[in-house]
Every structure is written in C-alpha cells, then in structure tokens.
Ligand binder design. Structure first.
Ligand SMILES: Nc1ncnc2c1ncn2[C@@H]1O[C@H](COP(=O)(O)OP(=O)(O)OP(=O)(O)O)[C@@H](O)[C@H]1O
Length: 658
C-alpha cells in the first residue's frame, strides 16, 4: 500500500466498516479494502475482546525453526544491522515463516512490553486469518511489500502499531518468509522510509541466500554500470551447466525482461547475445573480469561470472557445445546414472523442474527404480535438507489411509493416539512427498488429496482447521493412469494435478547399461572387493528378461555375493539361485552373448525373445513354489500384480513353445 490514506478518509472508511460490517469502496487503497474483506471473511471482528490464537507449541515452533534454518541463518546478521538503524525508535524487527509464524524478533526494550501485549513474539501467527490486516499477513497474501499504519490494522487492539513488511523470495520465486519492522506510531517514529529499509534488507537476505544455495552453479552478477556489481542493486542469475537459467533474483528478472515462470524454462542465450562457453573461456583466462553483455533487446549490461572451480572444471569452448544434450551434473541423479540414454534423458528432464512448483510423475514397470530415482531427484534439489516422505498408496489398508496421510487430532476415533498424529503429508512439509503406486489410491482419498493440492493445506481428521503445507510432489505408477481415469478408477482432475512433468523409466531389458549397472551394484554391495561376473554367466544375465527389473537383479547379486567365499572374487553359476539358473538355461532365441571383460564391462547387445523368457521365469518360479504367487513374486523380486499382469498378457497372445 504505497500511500497512507488521509486521516479523514481512513476514519470514514473505518466507521463504515464498523457500522455496516462492509468494506467501503474508494476511500482507501484497494489493497486495504481487499485485506479488510479477507479479515471479515475469516470471521474476525474489529472491536472488542478478541480471542487471540494460541502461540505455537514448542514442538511446532521447533519444527518451524528447523524448516526455516537457512532463512534464519542468513537473515540474522541483516536483521541486526536493520535493528541498529531503528534501535531508538521503539521498534521491533521481525522475521516470519511462509505461514506467518514469527520465528525471530529483535526488539527495543522500551517497546518490548507493548509488543508482547499484541503477541509480537516467536511462535505467534500473524497470518491475516488470525490477526486481520497487518503488514506481515497482508504482505504474505499480496506477495508484495506492504506498510500498514495505525487504524489500517483490522483489529482495533493493533491500531497503535505502524508496520512495514516485505516478502523474501527464493531463487525460483518461492516465498521463504517475511521481514517486518513494527513500532508504536504514537512515538512519532512512523516514517515512509521504513518500507524502503525493510524492502532493501529483504533483497539483501535474498541475495545472500541465493549465493549460498546456488554455490555449485554458475552465477552472473549483473548491473547497468560496472560499479553496481556487488551492490544490493545487482541482478544475480543462476545458470545450469547446460545453459538454462535456473534461478534469479528480482532485479535480474527485471534486467532480463523475464517472469518468475521463465526460470528453468529459458536458455541464457535466449536473452543474452553471448554463448555460455565463450563466457566460461573468458572467465578461465581472468576470473575477476567484468564483461559487457548485450541483451537481444539491444540494451547493455555489465556482468561478472562466479563459478565454483570444483564444479566448473575447464570446459573447452566448442562451436557446437550449446547444441549438445545436457550433461549430467554432479548431483545425486548423476551418481546413479550408469549410462543408459533413456534413463539419462529422464534425469535431464526432471533436473529442469527440480525446485519449481511442478509435480513430477514417474512411470515405469515394478522395480525399475522409481523410488530410487525420486530420492535422487529430492537430493538434487533445493529441498534436499528437508524430509523425503515416501508413501506406498497400495500398501496402506483403506481404513487407515486417511489418518495416515492427513493426520488426526487426539481422540478423533477409537484407537487414535491421545496426542494425535501429524500425518505423512505434514511430515513432508518443506521437503518432498513421494506417492508410490498412486494409481492404487482409493477414490475418496483421491478427492481429499486433490483438495490438499489445490488449497495447499491439510485438515487433520477430527479437526476443522486447515494447516498450510508446502512440499514438492513426486508420484509414481506402473499403470496407465489415463486408462484408469477413463475407466473411472482414477480422477482425471487429480491426474492433471500430479502430472506436471511425466518421465518414463525404461525397463531393465530395454536398457543399454546392464554391464555398468551390474558393476555398480557389485561395488555397492562390496566396495572393498573388486568383484566380477564369470563371462558365461554375465552373457546369460545380460540377455535375461529380468521381469523384476533392477530389484530382481539387485536381489540376485546380493544373494550371490552372500554365497561367495572369502577368497573368491568371481561370481559364477554356482553362486546363483536354482530357479534363476533354470530360467537362464532356457535357449536364448537369436541371442548374441556379450563378452564380459575383467575391467569395466561393455554394454550388452543381446536381442532376445523377452516375453518368452519373462513368462518362463514366472512359470519356473510358480512351479518351484507350487503355485504360490506371493512366494513366486518374492523369489523374482516383483509384485503379485506384475505376475498376474504378465500371465494375463501371455494368455492373450498366441501360445508359443519355449
Ligand atoms: N539406480 C539404481 N542403482 C542401484 N540399484 C537400484 C537402482 N534403482 C533401483 N535399484 C534397486 O532396485 C530396487 C527397487 O527400486 P525401487 O523401489 O526404486 O523401484 P520401483 O520402481 O519404485 O519399484 P515398485 O514399482 O515396486 O515400487 C532398489 O531397492 C534397489 O535395490
């Protein structure tokens, strides 16, 4: 709210509000009218004794402090600096988390009592829904810097305050918190400059956080004058190794003519008339050099590159470099990349959206590594320090799923814990929620989940209060959700909510990196031993259909390693389980066995009648377990559903002899 309304206009507007219970139009700024309307809609009454919301319990406060750990660490020094500027003005400098809960305050002792009276203290919520129009809550909802003075506060008891607040945003434009300066306006210290001070301080915090969280990326520090680089007015843009803009502060967005939504979807070369490799080559020659860059719009900017030498090793400029596919970064996804092109393409795709509010849907057969992939995605993103909460929607009994996901208040139902339960969704706050086998979620739960995703809040069972939640959503499925939606088993609107980006992980038989994968698994099992597979065995394993995918191969190698003697370093037929030997011994139609060198093993090149092999393996397992599908599934490392699906599939095909 840029201008403070005249006292007469404000008095008239307030009177109208009190008398008619309606917001007056025209007398005060539109944003104030909007905020008063929201306050009324939340059921608040401007006058009289107000039942203030309880401050957060010590547990919730601890949780909020830990979720805002990085924000707090980078805000504290700047808050101290700001507090020095307002030290003798009966003010308090406040930091709130994205839900409006105060997580740090620095106050003038002369103002401390008054501040405490209106709960300007850690753990208190200053969300508009709890305290009506106020700078913190209103800046939170409006998403911009706000000054609220005197009777502009919705609740009369807060009308002695004058407050200025500014949102603090992440490199990808997400709201991290609110910085606020509040004081007693009757002390005569209210000043329009306060909003400028708090906004500048918020920019300083954003820049510190951006540099700290994007240290492994290339950063361009920009200004229209060379001397402006390094100042609070500089633009900072974060660039991925393959030239995509993956983060930016607000100044950089303005300088480059971009919106928040362009982050992650724009190549640097699309806005600047310069090639990333040329910049890097110049940087390697002289790292402190300031470059003059031209925007495609014709304007000029000065830029300094910051690149962590460890992450940005010498890259030779190559005229075609910018056309080459993305190279895997040294992140958690790269650590499990064993060289298959389809798998790598999926990893490159998700890297582009990590840290953005885009839900990822991972598709693939059972055991292809969907959860392992999701964990690596989480570990590669900005939420890596927060929890990764995995839920198998098909494994929780239908009667328990609601309480398990959404939590409950104490005594909500028979058998409920006295202290209630947070629920898995709220456990994921700040981090990543992984919903495995989302296609198996019962329809009523799909409806509730959809509401959570739309409203970004959870209402625990037995409670009428919605609690805001913030998590990155990753779902996985082995089934065709659109087909399920067409059959009425899956909500179509939920499908579109969870499917911001779909990636398909290849089945093991479709991958070209069996050799590297097998070596990786052996190394993970016994990092201290140089284990290898006997050539003949390797040829058979590489050509096998692996109906249980990576889970099955990991399980076979684990068992085989357990059978290995201390002196042995080669896994051979004698170490393999009998049922697998039987399946592997079946004739390999047209199979070309790949050799198994002692060192790194080359990629497989076998072409096989895979359906037959897969079917035979299942038959074999069923025979050896006397038709017990559960045991057969365990033996093969696949789910029972997969066995049924494969058997149904082969029954539908022409019968073939093997
Ligand atoms: N990249 C990998 N490197 C090594 N092992 C892996 C990898 N991916 C998966 N695995 C192995 O496969 C097992 C199954 O992986 P994961 O649970 O991620 O598969 P999934 O596709 O989610 O399975 P499901 O569909 O049954 O839930 C893991 O426990 C691990 O042993």
């Amino acid at each position: 709210m840029p201008s403070i309304p005249t006292p007469i206009a404000l008095r008239q507007a307030r009177q109208h509000l009190l008398e008619s219970g309606q917001c007056p139009g025209g007398l005060v700024h539109e944003r104030l009218t909007r905020s008063w309307s929201r306050s009324m809609a939340a059921g608040l009454v401007p006058t009289g004794r107000v039942l203030a919301p309880e401050p957060a319990s010590s547990g919730s406060l601890r949780q909020a402090l830990s979720a805002s750990h990085a924000l707090l660490a980078h805000s504290r020094p700047i808050m101290e600096y700001v507090f020095d500027q307002v030290r003798h003005s009966q003010s308090v400098v406040v930091l709130a988390d994205p839900r409006g809960m105060l997580v740090h305050t620095l106050g003038d002792p002369l103002f401390a009592d008054k501040a405490a009276r209106v709960a300007l203290a850690c753990g208190a919520s200053w969300h508009e829904e709890d305290r009506g129009t106020n700078a913190i809550g209103t800046a939170l909802v409006e998403g911009s810097a706000v000054q609220i003075h005197g009777s502009e506060h919705f609740l009369e008891r807060n009308s002695f305050l004058t407050c200025a607040a500014s949102p603090i945003l992440s490199a990808t434009g997400d709201l991290l918190g609110i910085l606020d300066i509040s004081g007693d306006h009757r002390s005569g210290q209210a000043h329009g400059h306060t909003l400028g001070l708090v906004s500048t301080a918020a920019r300083m915090i954003e820049n510190r956080l951006l540099v700290a969280t994007c240290q492994r990326n290339l950063r361009l520090h920009l200004h229209t004058q060379p001397e402006g680089i390094g100042s609070v007015a500089e633009g900072i843009v974060v660039v991925s190794e393959d030239g995509w803009i993956v983060g930016a502060n607000r100044v950089a967005l303005t300088q480059l003519g971009l919106q928040t939504g362009d982050i992650g979807a724009t190549l640097l070369e699309r806005v600047l008339d310069v090639r990333l490799d040329d910049l890097l080559t110049r940087h390697q020659r002289r790292s402190s050099q300031t470059h003059m860059l031209r925007l495609h719009s014709g304007a000029t900017l000065f830029a300094q590159l910051q690149a962590d030498a460890a992450t940005w090793p010498t890259r030779r400029a190559s005229s075609a470099a910018h056309l080459q596919p993305a190279q895997p970064a040294g992140d958690a996804l790269a650590q499990i990349d064993t060289g298959d092109a389809r798998w790598r393409a999926a990893a490159d795709k998700v890297r582009r959206v990590v840290g953005k509010p885009i839900a990822v849907l991972i598709q693939g057969e059972c055991g292809v590594g969907k959860e392992v992939f999701a964990r690596a995605l989480h570990a590669s993103g900005p939420r890596h320090a927060a929890p990764f909460v995995a839920i198998n929607c098909g494994a929780i009994p239908e009667s328990l799923i609601e309480a398990e996901l959404f939590g409950y208040v104490g005594g909500a139902f028979t058998g409920a814990r006295k202290e209630g339960s947070l629920g898995r969704l709220r456990e994921a706050h700040g981090g990543t929620l992984f919903l495995d086998e989302i296609g198996d979620m019962p329809l009523p739960m799909q409806t509730r989940l959809l509401r959570v995703l739309q409203e970004r809040s959870v209402t625990p069972v037995g409670s009428g209060t919605a609690v805001p939640v913030d998590f990155a959503l990753v779902c996985a499925t082995h089934c065709q959700l659109l087909e399920a939606a067409a059959q009425g088993r899956f909500r179509q609107d939920l499908y579109y909510r969870i499917n911001g980006l779909t990636v398909q992980l290849p089945a093991l038989r479709e991958r070209s990196d069996f050799a590297a994968l097998a070596q990786r698994l052996l190394h993970d099992l016994h990092p201290e031993r140089a284990l290898q597979l006997a050539p003949d065995l390797y040829a058979r394993l590489a050509g096998y259909a692996w109906p249980g995918n990576l889970r099955q191969v990991a399980s076979v190698l684990r068992t085989a390693c357990a059978m290995l003697g201390d002196e042995e370093d080669t896994l051979d037929w004698g170490h393999m389980p009998d049922d697998l030997i039987a399946a592997l011994s079946l004739p390999l139609n047209n199979a070309v066995a790949a050799p198994c060198p002692a060192g790194p093993v080359p990629a497989q090149s076998a072409t096989l009648n895979l359906q037959e092999l897969s079917h035979a393996a299942i038959q074999q397992a069923l025979q050896s377990t006397r038709g017990n599908v559960t045991q057969a599934a365990r033996q093969l490392g696949i789910s029972r559903q997969t066995i049924y699906r494969k058997l149904e599939g082969s029954a539908a095909r022409q019968p073939r002899s093997v």
